[in-house]
Write a protein that binds this ligand. Sequence first.
Ligand code: FES
Ligand code: FES
Length: 162
Amino acid sequence: MAKVTLTVNGRAVSGECEDRTLLVNFLREKLALTGTHVGCDTTQCGACVVHMDGKSVKSCSVLAVQASGSTVTTIEGLASGGELHPVQAAFKEHHGLQCGFCTPGMVMTAVDMINRHGGALDEATVRHELEGNICRCTGYHNIVKAVLAANAEMHAGRQAAE
Ligand code: FES
Ligand code: FES
């Protein structure tokens, strides 16, 4: 057994798990953060994406012990003060989801993508960056629209603050 200590959604947490426990299972089973989904066992679907130290990772490809000491944000930690994060709001506004299974991973990937590109995102880049996230309902079109809309909104907010 290994001891894992993390900061998750701003809260210090710790727990014991087997050495082989994946971060996604630690989040879901030890911390009851079931918004992070498991959609495959081949690290292809992206339903499990969270942020580790600010960068998106597939949490099924990281051992919980490897993540120990890091800061993790899950989909449950994105909204603040009862307000949806702009990416969540854009997915809602632009119908970027149907069944919703892929949505937490899509949203976490999109937030990291928008942060990294500093507002300079185009459709081709969004589609390329979403290659690691599979959606079997939407056909991706409205997801891409939502990411671009959120990017415009978040970038405008940044410009206004500068
Ligand atoms: S569960 Fe499918 S990539 Fe992680
Ligand atoms: S909305 Fe159903 S898998 Fe994407």
